[in-house]
Each structure stands twice: as structure tokens, then as C-alpha cells.
Design a binder for this molecule. Structure first.
Ligand code: MOS
Length: 750
């Protein structure tokens, strides 16, 4: 099949995944592997006062029982102070007797079998001097800490707000939510001649390599991180998690490979989560709908061990043409594990609030919510005055409205019903996602058998990277899809980006494009050299198509024939790509596994993807159950390499958005300061039965600024507008404005 850019070819890894041939981290085996189990803290805060390992060590087959008393020697605490860097948390368990949160790793047991390890972990006896902890930002006495840097001030928002004839001012809240990818966290670590090999699902093998090398005091080349397949990763596998370090340390002590599969309940505390938020949003507008002032005060949950924030105000401040903007960000520290990236970390929660408030303003003005948004569409970035690299939001609204049938909406609350009295609500909201860029390297090779190999250490986290990165190279060289092989997810490959922040296609794709262009040049040189099949022709007159090089007169020679004229019978090329404005030093640090990105706001442009999202809800008039019967999203994300994988990402995000709106919340057990619903029975996520029709539409857009291939962010935008679109639809159906998620039956009882 023609696999060029824009072709909806199926996923290269589909068959391997569907048949079980794909090997995930926990599937890799080494002879002599020992198995680990975790002991987690049962208290939220305090100190470990006594450790009794006798019963654990007596379990047959137990090889190693590690607590904080042992690990200090292995792991110098100072190496973990890598905030915002490689580690998910700057707190490393087992390095002191302090307990900072419930579910903290307080012991690691290794045995010949998983069963023995689990049994020993159960009987590992720890005593605590416990203090009262707080796991919720609603707990009394929590203080707010202002995050200084992200404050944005344009004009005078307070003065403009005071004078505005129409105002809305509300607070919205979202709960903590937890990652629940199908694939559990899992690590197998083995040491060989001082070299460490780690199999662990990862969105950033180069980052894991760099961090593990630092922690164990060895060269980066002596660490090999392998993660070819990932069973879902939406930020939780982006950074190095502490248990991977502990497993590697245990393997070194034992001189044996050690494997740990983290159980589902432990996933809630050994990894990251989406923190709870409170967002105050205020708008001031003229009676004709012109927005004149905006205030966004964001408060996010963080951990006592790691004060971090996910500033949504950076994004909300760029949505409307408003002359007076004031934003602030603060955090409330709680006794929980460090929160982290979870699909659209800054945007998803803040846009529930922000786009609900826009709908409230439309109601206050008596305006159609789409027309209100279009009226305030900014020509340039309202904060910096920079041009957009591309912004097709109005086209997204027009196309989305047409597909959804927005013109059939009657604005009155409760005015639309089915024949049997079920309330129908229509709602919409804007989505956006920043297109940041990360340096990347790639290698492409064409062998005598006509196979094109594409290699970079980017990752396919389920997004389709194996497929689209191959298409980028195939497009340059005119090679059919079945002759392309792509290798990803291995730290021995040329350095790829962290596959987070929706950067992979644009960043790794640009490197692949450059490498393929370099290979094309080499092929042309060979083809037109004295012994080549096109000897003496001008290379500029030759085309690449269907595995051939074709002359202006129609003469065609296969790539295999051209390779025969090359000295080695094969050709390859490498490239390193960086965003235009990034300096070379930053690029090199990034390629070595450091973290450097350019954008979304550069010196010259503001670079974002945009989308318009629509929801139809049906609310039972008596039972008040809420069903999402239809969702439509229209998105403009620059050049789309593969419409099939792009639509899957967008639709998947929309499904998660519905889950966010109606189901997901980590329940806090306040007296014990812990997350209470740590399994898939208690933590609700949407399943097929919860989701009606989903339409993800792609709006054509050309972006010549963003990167070498014109591709903007696709991965995360799908979730961003959906929660507000659903909340707005619920209001339209019922007249009840629910300013928190999840929106539950009891919220509609009135
Ligand atoms: Mo995304 S939260 O960067 O996987």
C-alpha cells in the first residue's frame, strides 16, 4: 500500500499487539530472574519506629528484604533532587525513616517466586509513630502557596471588570484523578559486567538512561533502557519512577535479574496522578458580547515532598481577544505522592472551568455560545502580541457545528426533549493544546533487499508513532508501506524525544524527514554518477515513486538497482533536528537525555493546535441519569501524517473527556489521608456502554512555522474541551450549572 503522508494506513504494530506477539516490559524474561514485591505504608505521615524482618526473611525462597535501613548505602539521597527533570518525584522511598504519604514504598522484598515475595511483604513488620495527615485540598487548615513565575498581567483587569456591564465570576473544581493504563508499571533490571539493562514501559528511554546513569554512578552508555511496546501511557510513564531505581539496586545487590510488576492498587501511589484543582474564572463583557476583562486564579493540589504546579493559565489567557487579563497560580500541599503529567495536565482541568465560564457568559449575554467565541477570536496572541503559527479555530467551529447539527439547537433550557420526555442538551467548548518542540535524531537505512529501516528512540505509547514515523520517511523516498520497518523505544537507538506533551510526531518526525532527505541526496548522487543508471542526468529532474527513481522521460530504475551501483550495496543517513530558535548547546544536552523544549510561545510565534468540541447529553427527567449520546470534535493540527491514527487519538481523548466529566474521581478517605478507591471497581472510567457516537473530524490546515513537516500537536487535544462541552450540555438540558466534576446524579436532584 502507498504509505505516503496523508494516507490512512493501518498500524504497523496492530497484528503484533492483537496476536500477543508484542512484548511488553513484564514479558521480557532472563534466566535466573528473582521477583520483587512492594511493602506500602499504611499511614499517611510520621516515622517508622521499628523494623522487624525476621518473619519476612523466614518465608522460603526469600532472597532480600530491603527497608530504609538498607537502601541509604545504595542510593545517595542528593542524586534525587532533580525536580522537573528525569524523576517523577524528587522524593526517593527507602532513603529515610520518614513517611510522607499513604502507600509510600517502605519495603522491597525479593524472592525466587512472586508468591514468596508477596507473602514476605505481607509479614514484613513495620511500626510507625503516625501523625494526622491531609490528602485533600479541602481539608481544613491547608495553606495556599503562590507560584510566582506564571502570573500573567495584560492591561488592568480589575478596573475593566468593575466597569463591565455584564460579568460572570465563579469557582469550579475538579478532583484528583488517577492513571489507569491497561499495562501496569513493571520493571526488570539486570546487571552484566557493571552494565545495567532495564525493561520498563517508558515514554522517555533516553531520560531514564540519563537518570539511572547518574543515580548508579555509571556512564550513560552502560545503561540500556528497552521499551518497544507500551500498554497505555498518558504521562505516567514519562519520567523515571522510584520503584525502577529500587529494583535496579536490588538486582545489583543480588547479582541476579529482578522483576517487579506493580499491582493495580499500588499504581495509585507509586506513580503519578492528576491533582485536584480549583479555578476561579471571571469575565467582564460589553452587552454586545465583546470581552473586556478576564481573571483566572488557579489552585492546584501538590505534594508536601514536591511543590509543583501545572499552570493552565498560560493557555487560558491565549484563547480570547481580551485587553485586560490577570492570572495567578497557587498550590496547596497535601500528604500524597507527587502529582504529575496526566493527559493534557494543565489544560484538561483548567478548560473545564474556563470553557464552562464562557458558556455562563453566553447565557448572561443571551448570545449563542459559538458566536460569542467567534466574536472574541484573537488575531494575535493576546499576551505577547505574537502571530499564531496557524489558528483555524473558527473553521473548526463552522465545520463541527455543521457535523453536529448545532442549528437544530433551541437555546431555551430544557427546550429539547425526546418523545418520551428525556431531556436533551447541546453544549460546546473550545480545545487547544500547545505544540512544543524537542530536538531529535534519526537514522534511516536502505538495504539491498529494498527494505527501509527507520530508527529513533521515540516511543509509540499507543498513538501510532511506529506507523506515522515510517510514513514520513516513505513519503520522501517513494517507498511502499510494506517495505518500511520502524524501530523505537530503545535507548541504543538515535536519541528521540520524551513522548509526552504531544511532541513525538512533530519532533521525531522532523528528524526522520531530515534523515530521509539526506538518504535521498545520496541515492541521487549514486544514480547520476558515472556508473549509475542515470549517469550524467541532472538530479533535479529525477522523482521518487513506487520504489523507483523516475526520469523526466519516464525511464524508471528500482531503488534496488540504484543500490547495486553503490560501493556497499546499501545506503544510510543520519540527522539531528532541532527547533529553529534553539541553540546548539541546548540541543546537545537534550539529545543526551536532558529536557529542553522550544515553544509553544517562541520569540516569533505562538504555536498551538485548536479544536471545537460538541456534546449531546440525555438526562432522564426522573432518575437524572446522564448519558453522552453524541460527541463531535473538529480539530486543526497542521499537517496530518495519518488521518486514521490521528482520528483514533482525537476520539480516544474525547472518550476520556466524557470519563472526566461524568465518572472519574479519586475518593479521599479524610481521616486516614489516603485515596480510598484504589482499584477499577471503585475508580470509575468510561467503558463502551458509556459512550455513544464519536466523530473526530480533521480540518485542513497548513503550518509552515511549527517544524520541518508542518505537524502540530494531536495526542492530547481531544480531552481538553470535552468536560466543559458536556457540562454546558447538562446545563442546556436541565438548567443546572454543575461547577465540579464528575457531574453526578445527585448534582441534578435540584
Ligand atoms: Mo502526556 S500528559 O505528556 O503523556
Amino acid at each position: 500500500m502507498d504509505g505516503s503522508i496523508g494516507t490512512p494506513i493501518p498500524r504497523r504494530d496492530a497484528m503484533a499487539k492483537a496476536t500477543g506477539a508484542a512484548q511488553y516490559a513484564a514479558d521480557f524474561g532472563h534466566t535466573g530472574t528473582a521477583y520483587a514485591a512492594l511493602k506500602l505504608s499504611s499511614v499517611a505521615r510520621g516515622r517508622i519506629t521499628r523494623v522487624d524482618t525476621a518473619a519476612a526473611e523466614a518465608v522460603p525462597g526469600v532472597q532480600l528484604v530491603l527497608t530504609h535501613r538498607d537502601m541509604n548505602q545504595d542510593l545517595g539521597a542528593e542524586t534525587f533532587i532533580m525536580k522537573g527533570g528525569h524523576m517523577q518525584s524528587s522524593f526517593m522511598p527507602l532513603t529515610s525513616d520518614e513517611v510522607h504519604y499513604s502507600g509510600q514504598i517502605v519495603g522491597l522484598v525479593v524472592a525466587d517466586t512472586t508468591e514468596a515475595a508477596e507473602q514476605a511483604a505481607r509479614v514484613l513488620n513495620l511500626e510507625y509513630a503516625a501523625q494526622h495527615g491531609f490528602a485533600s485540598i479541602d481539608d481544613p487548615g491547608r495553606t495556599k502557596n503562590t507560584v510566582e513565575k506564571p502570573e500573567i498581567t495584560v492591561g488592568d483587569a480589575d478596573a475593566a471588570m468593575a466597569k463591565a456591564p455584564v460579568r460572570v465570576d465563579q469557582e469550579y473544581s475538579t478532583p484528583a484523578q488517577h492513571h489507569n493504563p491497561m499495562e501496569l508499571y513493571a520493571t526488570t533490571a539486570s546487571w552484566n559486567d557493571g552494565k545495567l539493562t532495564v525493561h520498563s514501559p517508558s515514554q522517555w528511554v533516553m531520560g531514564q538512561r540519563a537518570a539511572l546513569a547518574t543515580i548508579f554512578g555509571i556512564a550513560a552508555e552502560e545503561v540500556h533502557v528497552v521499551s518497544p511496546y507500551i500498554g497505555g501511557a498518558f504521562g505516567c510513564k514519562a519520567t523515571l519512577l522510584p520503584h525502577t531505581v529500587l529494583v535496579a539496586a536490588a538486582a545489583r545487590r543480588l547479582g541476579r535479574p529482578v522483576k517487579l510488576v506493580v499491582p493495580r492498587d499500588a499504581m495509585f501511589t507509586v506513580g503519578s496522578f492528576r491533582p485536584a484543582t480549583r479555578n476561579r474564572i471571571a469575565f467582564g463583557a460589553e452587552r454586545d458580547g465583546t470581552m473586556v476583562a478576564m481573571v483566572h486564579e488557579a489552585v492546584g493540589q501538590t505534594a508536601e515532598v514536591d511543590h509543583i504546579a501545572f499552570p493552565g493559565t498560560n493557555v487560558t489567557s491565549r484563547m480570547y481577544d481580551i485587553a485586560n487579563i490577570k492570572t495567578s497560580e497557587s498550590t496547596i500541599a497535601t500528604d500524597v505522592n507527587t502529582p504529575g503529567f496526566q493527559r493534557a495536565p494543565a489544560e484538561a482541568s483548567s478548560f473545564f472551568a474556563f470553557e464552562s465560564a464562557v458558556d455562563e457568559l453566553a447565557v448572561a449575554l443571551g448570545m449563542d455560545p459559538i458566536e460569542l467565541r467567534i466574536k472574541n477570536e484573537p488575531k494575535v496572541d493576546p499576551v505577547k502580541g505574537l502571530p499564531w503559527s496557524s489558528r483555524s479555530l473558527v473553521q473548526c467551529y463552522r465545520r463541527g457545528a455543521e457535523l453536529f447539527g448545532w442549528d437544530k439547537r433551541t437555546p431555551g433550557v430544557g427546550s429539547m426533549q425526546t418523545d418520551d420526555g428525556v431531556l436533551i442538551g447541546y453544549g460546546c467548548a473550545t480545545a487547544t493544546y500547545p505544540s512544543a518542540m524537542v530536538p531529535a535524531a534519526a537514522h534511516v537505512a536502505l538495504s539491498a533487499d529494498g527494505l527501509l529501516r527507520v530508527r529513533t528512540s521515540a516511543h509509540d505509547v499507543g498513538t501510532g508513532a511506529y506507523t506515522v514515523l515510517g510514513q514520513v520517511a516513505a513519503d520522501v523516498l517513494g517507498i511502499a508501506d510494506e517495505h518500511v520497518r520502524v524501530e523505537l523505544g530503545d535507548s541504543d537507538l538515535p536519541s528521540g524525544p520524551m513522548s509526552g506533551g504531544s511532541v513525538t510526531t512533530g519532533s521525531a518526525g522532523s528528524a526522520v524527514h531530515m534523515a530521509a532527505m539526506a538518504l535521498r541526496e545520496k541515492l541521487l548522487l549514486v544514480a547520476t554518477a558515472a556508473k549509475g543508471p542515470f549517469a550524467g542526468r541532472d538530479p533535479a529532474t529525477l522523482q521518487f515513486a513506487s520504489g523507483h527513481v523516475v526520469g523526466a522521460d519516464g525511464t524508471a530504475h528500482s531503488l534496488a538497482d540504484i543500490l547495486k551501483a553503490s560501493p556497499a550495496g546499501s545506503l544510510d543517513a543520519s540527522a539531528e533536528w532541532k527547533p529553529d530558535l534553539m541553540d546548539a548547546e541546548k540541543m546537545q544536552a537534550s539529545l543526551l537525555g536532558g529536557f529542553a523544549l522550544e515553544g509553544p510561545v517562541t520569540k516569533t510565534h505562538a504555536i498551538y493546535s485548536f479544536g471545537a468540541q460538541f456534546a449531546e447529553v440525555r438526562v432522564d427527567p426522573l432518575l437524572r441519569t446522564i448519558r453522552v449520546s453524541r460527541m463531535v470534535g473538529a480539530f486543526a493540527c497542521g499537517r496530518i501524517i495519518n488521518p486514521r491514527t490521528a482520528r483514533s487519538n482525537l476520539a480516544g481523548g474525547m472518550v476520556w473527556g466524557a470519563s472526566f466529566a461524568l465518572l472519574e474521581q479519586s475518593q479521599v478517605d479524610h481521616p486516614r489521608a489516603r485515596f480510598a478507591n484504589q482499584d477499577l471497581a471503585g475508580y470509575h472510567i468510561s467503558s463502551c456502554a458509556d459512550i455513544g457516537e464519536v466523530t473526530a473530524e480533521i480540518v485542513d490546515e497548513t503550518d509552515t512555522v511549527v517544524n520541518a513537516i508542518g505537524a502540530k500537536a494531536v495526542g492530547e487535544i481531544g480531552i481538553v474541551g470535552m468536560p466543559a462541552a458536556i457540562a454546558n450540555a447538562v446545563y442546556h438540558a436541565t438548567g443546572i450549572r454543575v461547577r465540579k466534576t464528575p457531574i453526578l446524579i445527585e448534582d441534578l436532584l435540584g
